[in-house]
Design a protein around this ligand. Structure first.
Ligand code: LMR
Length: 401
């Protein structure tokens, strides 16, 4: 029977990992997957994480089940990290550990589908989830496969490299009551263009006037401006909008990619009922999340000294990316780019669109061994002193083709 299944192409982002690894060229450059790299091109384990792991190894007493909600210390500490300890809606938030931000997104989408059933949507009517155009490539399958209908709102002008806020507002101004609108909390993936706090305010006003539910995907807290500033939009929504959904990832800001650590959250007036449904959904998908990664995060955030050292390590990673953005633009202008890529220095987080077409991307990969997503999205963390000039020269070389 399985011979009925046609083989599929590899994932457009993850497939780049093996393509890059198989490339024998010495001078190859990996600007594909969003993984932080240091100036030597490594993705080291945070020192604070190593300390926490050593402690856990010594102190862990059991490997018994932890239950669908995961680690309670992790849930508490992450609630405080994301909302701020003083936030007035902390008590309305239910937050539960999930296997990565992907697990959080999927559980949230399942909850949205379930909620539509309780709202009386007739069988077969799918709830609508609005995503930005563009958005992270995996949002659409990950959320859509849960049974939501995906629609898009304009977000970015590819030609001017600016946020299309007017277009966004126009579309969100027509969104129906009860629809869900996915927003990138900070460091928009793939375009790096974020909302200002005034723009978050306008979205909040629209959510209240239209009655849509904001759903904030926070995968890069700490990589934009700082941990608090990056959560400012989400905190504002949580203050002002009765119901908000959250998906959080610890992959990047704790460097725990392969441990799969994240959290799903809902702010509402019925946190206990919501919690019971999330636990029920989780039980029906993967039963409960893995323990190790969340135990590390809980240990780091519970110890003041360790938390401080983690914050410093995260800040080092953030400033390296900011400096990569600046150096890239300077070098490109030095060799004749004439301001064409200046948007990259203004944008935030791991990613920006270079602003090249698919043929030019293909040429960079095949002729120069420089890997990036088809859309021309680059991961800025992949640049370092040994490959910056090569990347700039290669980019300029493909610009005229
Ligand atoms: C990315 O966008 O490159 C990362 O979020 C990794 C992934 O899973 O796609």
């Amino acid at each position: 029977m399985f011979n009925l299944l046609p083989p599929l192409a590899t994932d457009p982002i993850l497939g780049l990992i093996s393509r890059f690894q198989q490339d024998p060229r010495q001078q190859k450059v990996d600007l594909g997957v969003g993984v932080y790299r240091d100036a030597q091109g490594n993705t080291p384990v945070f020192a604070s994480v190593k300390v926490a792991e050593r402690r856990l190894l010594e102190s862990e007493q059991t490997k018994a089940y932890i239950g669908p909600a995961g680690n309670p210390d992790f849930n508490l500490k992450m609630s405080e990290l994301i909302m701020g300890v003083q936030h007035s809606r902390l008590a309305d938030l239910v937050l539960m550990q999930t296997p990565g931000g992907c697990g959080a997104l999927r559980v949230a989408a399942e909850l949205i589908v379930r909620l539509a059933g309780f709202r009386g949507a007739s069988a077969g009517t799918r709830p609508t989830l609005w995503v930005s155009d563009p958005t992270w490539g995996n949002h659409i399958p990950l959320l859509g496969n849960a049974g939501v209908e995906i629609k898009t709102y304009p977000y970015y002008h590819a030609d001017t490299h600016q946020l299309n806020f007017e277009g966004m507002l126009q579309t969100l101004g027509k969104v129906a009551e009860g629809d869900v609108v996915l927003l990138h909390g900070c460091c928009h993936n793939p375009c790096g263009a974020d909302l200002s706090i005034e723009q978050w305010q306008a979205v909040s006003d629209l959510a209240n006037s239209q009655g849509f539910i904001p759903f904030v995907d926070m995968a890069y807290q700490g990589f934009g401006d700082d941990l608090d500033a990056d959560a400012a939009g989400l905190r504002l929504l949580a203050e002002q909008v009765p119901e908000v959904v959250l998906a959080i990832s610890c992959s990047k800001n704790f460097g725990l990619y392969r441990e799969r650590v994240g959290a799903v959250g809902v702010i509402s007036q019925q946190p206990n009922a919501v919690a019971s449904h999330i636990a029920n959904i989780v039980r029906g998908i993967y039963s409960m999340p893995p323990s190790h990664g969340a135990a590390i995060v809980a240990e780091v955030l519970s110890d003041e000294a360790l938390a401080k050292s983690w914050r410093e390590e995260l800040e080092t990673a953030r400033t390296r990316i900011v400096s990569n953005r600046r150096q890239l633009v300077e070098q490109l202008n030095t060799i004749g780019a004439d301001g064409r890529f200046d948007h990259i220095a203004r944008q935030k987080g791991m990613f920006s669109f270079v602003g090249i077409n698919q043929q030019q991307v293909a040429k960079l990969i095949t002729e120069f061994g420089i890997y990036m997503v088809d859309s021309g999205r680059i991961s800025l963390a992949g640049l370092n002193p040994t490959n910056l000039d090569y990347f700039c020269e290669s980019l300029i070389a493909v610009m005229d083709t």
